[in-house]
Design a protein around this ligand. Structure first.
Ligand code: SF4
Ligand code: SF4
Length: 137
């Protein structure tokens, strides 16, 4: 039986974040996962990036289960990077990023971007005034 391992982004709607959806993937479908990034608070929308692996059949069943539970799934084949030459440190991205990947350095008033917290939701790509946030495939 063929094994698969894929990086995916899970978008959990508000009503699902307090349910043990991910643990069911291991218990009922025998899948393994490695959480790469997560931003989930009970009662709020959540985002999680994970590598999910297992037998192809089990993997497909696990994905169908996630979808039936209302979780939106997206393949992670892209990355968001900042074009440092374009960024004007206006700060518009700080409050919109759901995973708090941006922060303001108090002394210099520069906006710091921590790519390791980014879950590629693309909100900043669309909203950055000088188009400094770029989607790379
Ligand atoms: S919105 Fe764009 S220009 Fe403004 S701080 Fe963020 S990345 Fe830089
Ligand atoms: S794409 Fe932008 S807004 Fe979305 S998580 Fe990454 S840095 Fe934050």
């Amino acid at each position: 039986m063929k094994r698969v391992a894929k990086k995916i982004v899970l978008h959990f709607p508000e009503k699902t974040t307090d349910k043990p959806i991910v643990s069911k993937l291991i218990r009922d479908y025998g899948l393994d996962f490695n959480i790469l990034k997560a931003s989930i608070s009970p009662g709020e929308e959540g985002l999680m990036v994970m590598e999910l692996s297992g037998e192809q059949n089990d993997y497909d069943k696990g994905i169908r289960y996630l979808q039936s539970a209302g979780v939106e799934i997206q393949a992670l084949s892209q990355d968001v990077v900042r074009n440092e030459e374009r960024c004007t440190h206006c700060g518009a991205c700080i409050t919109m990023c759901p995973t708090r990947a941006f922060s303001l350095e108090k002394d210099t008033l520069m906006v710091i971007f921590d790519n390791s917290k980014c879950v590629v939701c693309e909100l900043c790509v669309k909203a950055c005034p000088p188009r400094a946030m770029e989607l790379h495939f």
